[in-house]
Write a protein that binds this ligand. Structure first.
Ligand code: C2E
Ligand code: MG
Ligand code: MG
Length: 242
């Protein structure tokens, strides 16, 4: 396995961090995208050790960047699967990885999907709460695709909502998608949360999001997920341009 990093930009153009995305380096098939193996890994339970590897690797990367002022401000978002999150020792393992790697907790952001969050709200609130006291941040991936209850959203100590790429895709042509995107921004803002849009592919989409006060975005418009060396080169180019 290898992690690729997709840059996340603040609307003022600063690069604020990256989402870590797993790829499988297959001897014959080359680089395999997670869509082709995450489902099987979930079913077999392999997702638990795999997710732990992702977390450790991302934290080792954060720790390595800490000593370099070009990269030390960068946050890393890590996707967490339902099965991994529901492990009884999930919180203890995250704390252990942070301690062992020396990564700064406030630079680690865990992405949970909306359906995961709502599946067992009390367990979710307890676990997020414990990790929040350590400084870890939380984002809701694919926001808007499930059935978020506003009452629960208020109770969850989250930091960020992520507008699903399904809404971003047709934001300029489908008035419903545009309304949803605007609503997610308004909802996040009024709950005191940050909001990021994913899957931004065109300048017109980015402009729409900026006009509607979305705080940050990621997407092919600026960069696909790339290997770490390429990501670091991109950070340097972006920073010298600002
Ligand atoms: P996600 O977390 O919603 O990640 C966003 C996906 O959109 C990524 O696909 C990314 O490469 C892709 N993407 C980024 N920018 C654009 C864009 O401008 N246009 C389009 N069309 N797509 C864009 P990827 O890397 O294939 O990952 C797919 C999904 O696999 C992720 O969705 C996430 O749910 C899961 N995944 C990836 N890595 C991990 C991991 O380490 N652990 C777990 N549990 N799941 C992971
Ligand atoms: Mg994600
Ligand atoms: Mg997503």
């Amino acid at each position: 396995f290898v992690l690729h990093y997709q840059p996340q930009f603040h609307l003022d153009g600063r690069m604020v961090g990256a989402e870590a995305l797993i790829r499988w380096q297959h001897p014959e098939r080359g680089l395999v995208a997670p869509g082709e193996f995450i489902g099987v890994a979930e079913e077999s339970g392999l997702i638990v050790p795999m997710g732990h590897w992702v977390l450790r690797t991302a934290c080792e990367q954060l720790a390595a960047w800490q000593g370099d002022e070009r990269y030390r401000h960068l946050q890393v978002s890590v996707n967490v699967s339902a099965r991994q999150f529901r492990q009884r020792d999930f919180v203890a393992r995250v704390v252990e990885v942070l301690r062992e790697t020396g990564a700064r907790p406030h630079l680690l952001k865990l992405e949970l999907t909306e359906s995961l969050v709502l599946d067992n709200v009390d367990d979710t609130i307890a676990k997020i709460g414990m990790l929040k006291t350590k400084g870890v941040r939380f984002s809701v991936d694919d926001f808007g695709t499930g059935y978020s209850s506003l009452a629960y959203l208020k109770r969850l100590p989250l930091d960020q909502l992520k507008i699903d790429q399904g809404f971003v895709r047709d934001v300029l042509t489908d008035p419903n998608d545009a309304a949803i995107a605007r609503t997610v921004v308004a909802l996040a803002t009024s709950l005191g949360l940050r909001v990021i849009a994913e899957g931004v592919e065109t300048e017109a989409q980015r402009e729409f999001l900026a006009r509607n006060h979305c705080h940050a975005w990621q997407g092919y418009l600026l960069s696909p997920p790339v290997p770490v060396a390429e990501f670091e080169a991109l950070v340097q180019r972006t920073n010298t341009a600002h």
